[in-house]
Design a protein around this ligand. Structure first.
Ligand code: HEC
Length: 127
């Protein structure tokens, strides 16, 4: 009987874990509950950002819409590290079909770590 109770406990824990993970995914894809995502969106939409042109002046988030830089719709699929690198060191991996040296190279110095994290979190909601 003890063994049975143990199995039930495992089952309950597994279900709880799956539910917790599923819930987490949902909130990160809607993005509206995370204050960092909202802050990142606001930063992204500024027309000037710490003395540089703002992201939105060169990037659309609508699929297939090229402004100066590529649309960032679906950018989350490239992963957090790629996005962070693209902001801090834009010429490290130049998007095919676009010229190097267009995106301001000094966001990494001008933005705080917190601001960069917020931008990355926001861009990770663009799935
Ligand atoms: C002056 C125009 C300009 C501004 C401002 C700009 N970008 Fe870019 N960005 C580009 C261009 C051009 C590319 C493509 C060439 C390259 O990879 O460097 C690019 C590439 C990217 C990429 C990689 C896209 C891909 O599909 O691989 C990301 C992510 C990105 N930018 C994010 C940002 C963010 C976030 C900001 C604001 C902090 C920003 N950009 C501001 C022009 C700009």
């Amino acid at each position: 009987m003890k063994k049975m109770a143990f199995l039930v406990l495992i089952l309950v824990l597994t279900v709880a874990l799956v539910a917790a993970c599923g819930g987490g995914d949902k909130s990160s894809s809607s993005g509206s509950t995370d204050p960092d995502v909202a802050a990142g969106k606001a930063l992204f939409e500024q027309t000037t950002l710490e003395g540089n042109a703002g992201c939105v002046t060169c990037h659309s988030v609508e699929p297939g819409k090229t402004v100066v830089g590529p649309s960032l719709a679906g950018i989350a699929s490239k992963g957090e590290e790629f996005i962070r690198e693209s902001i801090i060191n834009p010429d490290a991996d130049v998007t095919e079909g676009f010229p190097a040296g267009t995106m301001p190279p000094d966001y990494g110095e001008k933005l705080s770590d917190e601001q960069i994290n917020q931008l990355v979190k926001y861009l990770m909601t663009l799935k």
